[in-house]
Structure formats: C-alpha cells, structure tokens
Write a protein that binds this ligand. Structure first.
Ligand SMILES: *[C@@H]1O[C@H](CO)[C@@H](O)[C@H](O)[C@H]1NC(C)=O
Ligand SMILES: *[C@@H]1O[C@H](CO)[C@@H](O)[C@H](O)[C@H]1NC(C)=O
Ligand SMILES: *[C@@H]1O[C@H](CO)[C@@H](O)[C@H](O)[C@H]1NC(C)=O
Ligand SMILES: *[C@@H]1O[C@H](CO)[C@@H](O)[C@H](O)[C@H]1NC(C)=O
Ligand SMILES: *[C@@H]1O[C@H](CO)[C@@H](O)[C@H](O)[C@H]1NC(C)=O
Ligand SMILES: *[C@@H]1O[C@H](CO)[C@@H](O)[C@H](O)[C@H]1NC(C)=O
Ligand SMILES: *[C@@H]1O[C@H](CO)[C@@H](O)[C@H](O)[C@H]1NC(C)=O
Ligand SMILES: *[C@@H]1O[C@H](CO)[C@@H](O)[C@H](O)[C@H]1NC(C)=O
Ligand SMILES: *[C@@H]1O[C@H](CO)[C@@H](O)[C@H](O)[C@H]1NC(C)=O
Ligand SMILES: *[C@@H]1O[C@H](CO)[C@@H](O)[C@H](O)[C@H]1NC(C)=O
Ligand SMILES: *[C@@H]1O[C@H](CO)[C@@H](O)[C@H](O)[C@H]1NC(C)=O
Length: 497
C-alpha cells in the first residue's frame, strides 16, 4: 500500500518535472530564476507565520479530502528558484509569481497591512484557505491585487467585517470566503454585500457560506449584474424575506440553505434554469406548494432536463404533490421533512438513475407501495423513506438485482404502514450497514442467521412490528450481527422471541 503510494507519487513527480529538465516549451525559462523581490516577499511572508501542525483547521481540511502539510517548510532562502517552490506558480515567460496556493498549509499567525504578501502584484490566483489566521480581520490590502482572478480565503478563522476594498478587484471571477459554522468562533460579516457584489461584475463563483450578511433578500434584487454567475453559495448567511428572482439566472449551482427565506417556493426561471446542476434551498421557512411558474411549465424547461443532478429541499415546509420532474434528477434527491403527498412511480427508466447516490424522502406524507426498483440502483448508497404513509408489502427484489447494489449501505423504511414479511431478497443486500424497518406492520418469522451474509451490518432495528425472532446459537452469527441481536432484544418490545 505504502509502496504503491510512493511509487505513484514518484511517477507524479517525474511527470511534473520532466518537461522542465528535458524539453521545456520555454527554452529560456529554466535558466532564468524567479524575481528576487518576489522571492524575498514570499520568504518574509513565510517567516512572519508559524507552522502549527496540530491546528484544528487541519482536521477540517482532511475531512475535505486534502492532506494538510506545511508547504512553506521546503521554501529555501539562498539561490533557489522560487518558481519551483511548493504552492508557487510562475508565468513561464515573465517568471513572475502568478499563483500562490498555500491552502491546508498549517500556517498560523496574522497577515498585517504591511505584509509582504501584498507586494506580489502579479498574482492572478491566491488560495490560503484552511489556515489559522485568528484572531485577525481580512486586511483591506487584499484589494490591491489588480490582476487577481481567484481569491480563496475560506476557513481561515478570519473575523470582523470583510473589507470594502474587495470590491476593487476588477478582474475577480471567483471569491470564496466561506466558513464552517463553528460554534463559539467569532463571525465573519459582510454588511456591504450589495456594494461589493455589485461592483464585481466579472464574478462567476461566489461562496460565502456562514458569512453573516443578515440582509433582506429582496434588497438584493438589483443585482442583475450577477448574470454571469455560475455558482452561488450563500448557506447560513442570515438572509431573510422572499427569494430574489435573479437567482434563477445562475447557471450551474445554487445553495441558499440555512437562511430565512419565506413565502411561496416558486421555481421561476426563464433563461438559464435548464442548465442548473445543483440546487439547495434546505432549511428555509417557505410556505405552501412548490410551484413552477407558468413560463417554466409551458416550456417544460424544468421538467424536460436531465441537467439537474442534485436537489436538496430539507425542512422547507413545502406541501402538495410530489412533482414528477423530481424523477429527472440524476444524483442526489433530498426532500426530508416537508408535506409532500402522492405515490412513487411503480416503474422508472432505471438507466436514468444509474448515478443516483442518495434518495431521502423521509418525514413527508407519501403513500402507496415502496417500489422494488429502489433496491436495484447501482450507485445508490442511501435510501430513506421513513415516517411516511407507505403501505402494502415489500416486493421481492427482482432476481439478481441485488448483485447491482454493491453500494447500498443505509435503508430506513421505519415509521410507515408496511405489511407482510421481509422478503428474503433483503438479506442479499450485502453492503448494508444500517437497516431500520421499525414501526411498521411487518409479520412473519425472522431468523437471525438470515443476516449472516450482511457482514457490514451495524444497526438492525426491527422494533414495533409483529415479527417473531428465531435465534440459533450465537456462535454462528457474526460479531456485528450479534450486536444487532442485542439491539433487538433490548429495544423490540413487540418482537416475540
Ligand atoms: C531567449 O532569450 C533571448 C535573450 O533574452 C531572446 O533573444 C530569445 O528570443 C529567447 N528565446 C525564446 C525562445 O524565447
Ligand atoms: C510591519 O509593521 C510592524 C509594526 O507595525 C513592524 O514591526 C514590522 O516589522 C513590519 N513588517 C514589515 C514586513 O515591514
Ligand atoms: C478554496 O480552497 C479550498 C481548499 O483548497 C477548496 O476546497 C475550495 O474548493 C476552494 N474554493 C474554490 C471556489 O475553488
Ligand atoms: C468598484 O470597482 C472599481 C474598479 O473596477 C473601483 O475603482 C471602485 O472603487 C469600486 N467601488 C467600490 C465601492 O469599491
Ligand atoms: C452593472 O454593471 C454596469 C457596468 O458593467 C454598471 O454600469 C451598472 O450600473 C451595473 N448595474 C447595477 C444594477 O449595478
Ligand atoms: C436574467 O438574464 C437575462 C439575460 O440572460 C436578463 O435579460 C434578465 O434581466 C436577467 N434577470 C434577472 C432577474 O437578473
Ligand atoms: C408552512 O406553510 C404553511 C402554509 O402551507 C404556513 O401557513 C405556515 O406558516 C408555514 N410554516 C412556517 C414555519 O413558516
Ligand atoms: C425537451 O428536450 C429535448 C432535448 O433536449 C428538446 O429537443 C425538446 O425540445 C425539449 N422539449 C421542450 C418542450 O422543451
Ligand atoms: C423527465 O421525466 C419525464 C417523465 O418521467 C420524461 O417523460 C422525460 O423524458 C424526462 N426528461 C429527461 C430529460 O429525462
Ligand atoms: C449474482 O451474483 C452471484 C454471485 O456473485 C451469481 O451466482 C448469480 O448468478 C448472480 N445473479 C445474476 C442474476 O446475475
Ligand atoms: C397489519 O397487517 C394485518 C395483516 O397482516 C392487517 O390485518 C392489519 O389491519 C394491519 N394493521 C394495521 C394497523 O395496518
């Protein structure tokens, strides 16, 4: 394992470095070193900060799948070409430093006004995300990078107000100031959201999760200049009021979860909606139905598109029938805790759902039967239909279909009115780690050794049914299932053993 990893790293190094040493596309560049003033500026910046290998921010970085390490540790003073330094990118012709990526770099300290970082005026991309710059504010000097296209200061523990000078970055296309929602960490605020965002006419991505804006959303309705925006993430920004209509001009990704948007949820799109891929409006205070305005419905643009991959409407207080276009979403569907009614389609074109990873319709008012196609989707990992009004019997999963469900590890059908016995085909879902069928009207005999094939099973919850459990000697049962057995005997008052 370690050997393979190192081998592939070496290959990576080779492929990264060979062009420079052998056939560089810029013959003069390998001879020329980086600019002395920029080398000095970066070294000074490095020296002004400490390395903190145990910073909590590094853990969050690891959660995001990025390995934290001190990139600056390898930066050397004398005679080295700073264009070769870890995290540094130079323009191959001018040798100016144009990119600095010190994200997850275990840096700790503050970046004062006179930091030499701000003298790197050729920078086009700056990413210092996931370092610990507490306790400090974002310096107004960040507005000095006239060529900057990408600025990433996310998860840096910055506090206080985002400086207005950010609005002076004329070429900015991507801005990420998002924060984790830490309890007890001082907040980053952006009271000048309108001014800043209106001035950044070239923005294509804006991520401000958990940055406190605290503004009435309709006051943003003049932000028509966001029409080039592809991705907008304003989760937990304390917006309130009705959803502004201009968001429907965003072309790829919208996340407005955890705000206080109110009113009717009208998907009101005219232009770019057909290309939208990700939409999250979870945890807002909508009322009433999820309506699709006439113009969308008549053009079928919303229903007739396979582009929407992810829809998240958790706890949105939406009522009314489950819209049929839900079944055109290809990867991730989460409608937890609303008031949707209606039945699930008994048949679907399964090829459409070959990439569906998660389906959560729990805590709604859905009824009818639980269709068997749900248990034979090749990418599905999570299926949650708990606390609805599903009835009828669990249909036998079609033969061999369970061979396709290598990833399905979570099923919760608890809190419905499902009857009959548990079909044997359930015990073929070999990846299951969590199975909850509690609080239904299931009957019949369950032999615990039926679960022997389910080697990953950690939680088995069958309480509040009419099931009879038949246990053999414990020794034939795997350790995880033995735990599950304990679980049943402790928590299943209606199970007859
Ligand atoms: C290399 O540098 C020399 C002198 O600076 C210049 O005349 C020549 O055109 C350069 N060659 C390339 C391929 O850029
Ligand atoms: C920045 O200013 C402080 C005093 O406010 C000073 O001690 C420090 O040396 C200065 N740093 C640089 C790089 O000029
Ligand atoms: C900002 O940097 C972090 C860490 O590298 C990364 O996860 C995130 O996607 C970046 N944001 C943008 C908008 O690229
Ligand atoms: C808006 O941007 C321009 C440069 O593009 C700048 O001169 C101006 O000061 C900015 N406005 C604000 C309010 O920052
Ligand atoms: C949109 O940007 C243009 C300049 O690109 C500016 O003149 C106009 O005032 C802006 N509109 C709004 C509503 O801010
Ligand atoms: C959406 O974009 C179109 C151009 O594609 C523009 O005419 C319209 O005003 C925009 N709507 C909003 C609400 O920004
Ligand atoms: C939920 O929606 C209903 C209308 O369907 C509305 O009367 C109620 O106030 C909403 N609840 C909240 C918490 O907004
Ligand atoms: C539906 O999509 C297809 C293919 O993208 C397109 O040809 C058709 O015109 C669309 N129908 C409507 C009603 O928008
Ligand atoms: C969306 O779903 C409907 C009904 O299942 C179907 O007729 C339509 O072709 C689907 N559109 C796409 C783009 O998959
Ligand atoms: C399912 O897989 C098992 C063994 O992995 C195999 O014996 C069986 O034939 C497969 N069933 C179908 C219908 O492919
Ligand atoms: C439970 O199922 C039995 C049949 O197995 C049926 O007679 C009974 O009415 C059901 N109870 C409820 C509450 O649905």
């Amino acid at each position: 394992m370690g050997y393979l990893l190192r081998l592939s790293l070496c290959l990576l190094c080779l492929s990264l470095h060979s062009p420079l040493t052998t056939s560089s596309p810029y013959p003069n560049s390998s001879a020329q070193l980086c600019h002395e003033d920029e080398r000095f500026a970066m070294l000074e910046f490095k020296n002004s900060l400490a390395i903190d290998v145990s910073s909590s921010i590094s853990q969050f970085c690891a959660w995001r799948g990025q390995v934290p390490y001190a990139k600056t540790a390898s930066w050397k003073a004398a005679g080295s070409d700073c264009c070769q330094w870890d995290g540094v990118t130079c323009n191959p012709l001018t040798r100016h430093v144009v990119g600095l990526d010190l994200s997850c770099g275990e840096l700790q300290g503050t970046i004062p006004m006179n930091s030499t970082l701000f003298t790197l005026r050729h920078l086009r991309s700056l990413n210092i995300a996931f370092n610990d710059f507490s306790p400090s504010r974002i310096s107004p000097q960040f507005g000095r990078f006239q060529r900057l296209k990408r600025l990433n200061l996310s998860n840096c523990f910055f506090t206080g107000k985002v400086p207005l000078t950010i609005a002076q970055l004329p070429q900015l296309a991507s801005l990420d100031l998002s924060q984790f929602d830490f309890v007890g960490i001082a907040e980053l605020e952006m009271p000048d959201f309108n001014v800043i965002v209106r001035n950044l006419t070239g923005l294509r991505e804006l991520y401000l999760d958990s940055v406190i804006v605290n503004s009435e959303a309709t006051k943003l309705s003049s932000l028509t200049n966001l029409s080039s925006l592809m991705a907008l993430s304003l989760s937990g920004c304390e917006f309130f009021g009705p959803l502004p209509v201009w968001i429907w001009n965003i072309t790829q990704e919208i996340d407005l979860s955890y705000n206080q948007f109110i009113g009717r949820t009208t998907l009101n799109g005219r232009h770019n909606l057909p290309s939208l891929k990700v939409l999250s409006l979870s945890f807002n205070l909508f009322s009433g139905q999820l309506t699709i305005s006439e113009d969308v419905a008549s053009s079928s643009s919303l229903m007739n598109r396979s582009s929407l991959m992810s829809l998240s409407l958790r706890s949105c207080n939406i009522s009314g029938p489950l819209p049929t276009w839900i079944w055109n979403i290809t990867q991730y569907i989460d409608l937890f805790n609303n008031h949707f009614t209606g039945e699930l389609p008994s048949m679907v074109d399964k090829s459409k759902f070959s990439q569906l990873t998660s389906l959560d319709l729990s805590e709604n008012l859905l009824d009818g039967e639980v269709p068997s196609w749900l248990f034979s989707l090749p990418s599905l990992q999570m299926l949650n239909l708990a606390n609805n009004q599903f009835s009828g019997q669990l249909t036998v999963i079609e033969d061999g279909a369970s061979n396709n469900t290598a990833l399905l590890d979570f099923i919760n059908l608890g809190g419905n009115m499902i009857q009959g016995s548990i079909p044997n085909s359930f015990f073929e879902l070999v990846s299951l780690a969590y199975l909850d069928l509690s609080s239904n009207n299931l009957s019949g005999v369950v032999k615990l050794d039926m679960f022997c094939k389910l080697k990953n099973l950690k939680d088995l919850i069958l309480s509040y049914n009419g099931l009879s459990l038949l246990t053999k000697s414990k020794s034939t049962i795997g350790s995880n299932v033995a735990f599950a057995q304990d679980y049943i005997s402790r928590h299943a008052p209606l199970a007859k053993i």
